[in-house]
Design a binder for this molecule. Structure first.
Ligand code: GDP
Ligand code: MG
Length: 163
């Protein structure tokens, strides 16, 4: 069994873009519309010689469990329970939102290791968001650009201990 990494985060932070980069196929639907990936997708990821299974979850939304956002939230929780580590992705350009803080609070209460990753940080964009994210209590963030492929060596560094 390959080690499993679950990518979690609110809608539109770039989870499916990162999944596609790691898996190397257009398996996950990427769209400008938040929350478009409703189905859980899994694929075999490769990152500089690391082989692992990656799960792309739908966005996590704070809502009644009977609603669609509620089902997406349950799916996120199931994915993390199945994983060896959670990769918590936030949008470093936007900075933290109340939903990011809610997800972080939930992740701090799980027994899974969490890797904190600020996306959309190409160039120097997102520096303020990265500093802000120390307040989540999930350790030091790394900066990546899933779209442009930046920060992949740092991602390797933080994932390697869990794989
Ligand atoms: P998800 O809802 O978390 O799965 O997010 P998506 O992967 O669907 O991406 C949402 C939007 O963010 C899309 O328009 C992506 O093109 C864009 N995006 C993803 N990664 C990056 C990045 O590294 N930099 C920038 N600037 N945009 C990104
Ligand atoms: Mg998605």
């Amino acid at each position: 069994r390959l080690p499993v990494i679950a990518i979690v985060g609110r809608p539109n932070v770039g989870k499916s873009t990162l999944f596609n980069r790691l898996v190397g196929k257009k398996l996950a639907l990427v769209d400008d519309m938040p929350g478009v990936t409703r189905d859980r997708r899994e694929g075999d990821a490769h990152l500089f010689g690391l082989d692992f299974r990656v799960i792309d979850t739908a966005g996590y939304e704070e809502d009644d469990a009977a609603t669609l956002p509620g089902r997406m939230r349950q799916q996120t929780e199931r994915a993390v329970a199945d994983a060896d580590a959670a990769l918590f992705l936030f949008d470093a350009r936007v900075g933290l939102t109340p939903l990011d803080e809610e997800i972080a609070r939930w992740l701090r209460g799980t027994d899974r290791p969490v890797v904190l990753v600020g996306n959309k940080a190409e160039g120097r964009a997102g520096e303020a968001g990265l500093y802000e994210s120390f307040s989540l209590g999930l350790g030091e963030p790394i900066a990546i650009s899933a779209e442009h492929g930046e920060g992949m060596a740092d991602l390797f560094g933080v994932l390697q201990p869990h794989i």
